[in-house]
Design a protein around this ligand. Structure first.
Ligand code: OAD
Length: 232
């Protein structure tokens, strides 16, 4: 059997929009409801950890009630024909719950917490809530396992290596405005096919290499599956 092609999929908040989770920068999106600087920065954690914890507890509660959508399931199905690696900016676990086996999280994971004393001490949060007073074994407060604005993205080099090795690149549901994740596109080899699924314009619309599928993730992944039949 010949080696399966490496299909790398970069996903953002739009991937989970049809599961009922809000995106960030659209009208009615999360960053219209909340000030980023009040809930998603190290300074916010210093100033008002209670507010930060409450914000992520709410996100986690919504996630527990959400289900993967057709797009997530379609990407998991593609593992039958391709070596699929998902790189997601999303902190939800909907790719995993749909059955994708290789998922790299760039911005952390909502259902995990980590020690404020040791960044390598990461635990699953039981239930929906992390609370002030929940401590790691070293006695330090646990914080959400989220990469906040202004913090380094520990998985970015691994992601760049994966993208540079891709045979096909697919981008789904990200406005491509947040770096370094948005820069991953430029690590892909020039000659590979690149598809982008998003119902709206994004900041990479000028790129002539990209085949645009201007539709939502569910319909878009369905269309992608038929287009990829020619590439398997
Ligand atoms: P954005 O909110 O910036 O972009 C969401 C994208 O999803 C937009 O381009 C929408 O057009 C698109 N979209 C909306 N509905 C869709 C659907 N049904 N199907 C497909 N696409 C759809 O979210 P991200 O690009 O993911 O980081 O944002 C990147 C990072 O900024 C996030 O990971 C988060 C945020 O601040 C942190 O919180 C650290």
């Amino acid at each position: 059997m010949k080696d399966r092609k490496k299909l790398v999929v970069l996903t953002g908040a739009g991937m989970s929009a049809e599961s009922g989770l809000k995106t960030f920068r659209e009208m009615g999106g999360l960053w219209e409801q909340y000030e980023v600087t009040e809930v998603a920065t190290p300074e916010a954690w210093e100033k008002n950890p209670e507010l930060v914890i409450r914000f992520y507890n709410e996100r986690r509660k919504q996630l527990m009630e959400a289900l993967p959508n057709k797009g997530h399931y379609g990407l998991a199905e593609l593992e039958k024909h391709f070596d699929v690696q998902i790189i997601t900016q999303n902190v939800d676990d909907l790719h995993e719950r749909a059955g994708s086996t290789k998922v790299l999280h760039l911005h952390g994971e909502l259902k995990k917490a980590r020690s404020t004393a040791d960044p390598f001490f990461v635990v699953e949060i039981e239930g929906c809530e992390l609370n002030l007073g929940d401590l790691c074994p070293l006695g330090s407060q646990l914080r959400p396992h989220i990469v906040w604005f202004g913090e380094p993205v520990p998985n970015i080099e691994k992601a760049a290596r994966i993208v540079s090795d891709a045979d096909i690149l697919v981008i789904i549901g990200t406005s491509m405005q947040v770096y370094p994740a948005a820069g991953l596109l430029y690590y892909s080899r020039d000659e590979i096919p690149v598809f982008l699924i998003d119902p709206n314009a994004t900041s990479v619309d000028y790129d002539e290499r990209i085949t645009f599928l201007r539709m939502g993730a569910g319909e878009g992944v369905n269309k992608l599956i038929s287009l990829l039949a020619a590439h398997a």
